[in-house]
Design a protein around this ligand. Sequence first.
Ligand code: DX5
Ligand code: ZN
Length: 221
Amino acid sequence: SHRPIVAPSILAGNHARLADSLAQAEQTDGVFWVHIDIMDGHFVPNLSFGPQTVADLRGGSELFFDVHLMLDNPHLYIDAFIKAGAQNVTIHAEPDYPKAETLRQIRAQGATCGICINPGTPVEMLEPYLEAVDLVLLMTVQPGFGGQSFREDVLPKIEKVAHWREQHGYQWRIEVDGGVNLETGLRCRDAGADTFVAGTAFFKHADRAEFVRTLEGAPGE
Ligand code: DX5
Ligand code: ZN
């Protein structure tokens, strides 16, 4: 089983001072990952960052760059984001593109790979990829914007995927993303998630280290 990890989502940072927001996350005890949301205005109704932004952030950070491609054609951008410093690249199962080939390409370029589904997508859509990934991301909001409310109907999907992992001895992480705060995060953890993307709740929290400790669980807890 994986050590629980909180991955602050930089989408909730200040887009005119992203390096500062990244540094705030990095200076928080227990933060080792940052989640970077990439949006194309097609797969999701919003735009966020490009490879150049990731490359410019890379130089100033030791964090693990967990890049979430909310793109219709992620296969066209794999090389650019990994060259920019992405260390995990997660792609969505919903759009029509060569997904298995793209997962292989991500690993061939030296990054770990993840597959992601939206709240309304059945977990069965993950099945063809479960032998080929390092991470499964279950969206707990409809992607596109931070600050949305957690979708409770995703909890049974987390349990189902966690059961598959147990049953088959898969080694991938289970990541959740969207509306994750202390309350919803602990429910996701109980359901089997071990990696928690938190944007709004993390950046707005009065004591970020305490937020992280609670979700990651203090050692020996
Ligand atoms: C939504 C993004 C999430 C978002 C999470 O499309 O994929 O990573 O930044 O933000 P919060 O935690 O504010 O819901
Ligand atoms: Zn995300």
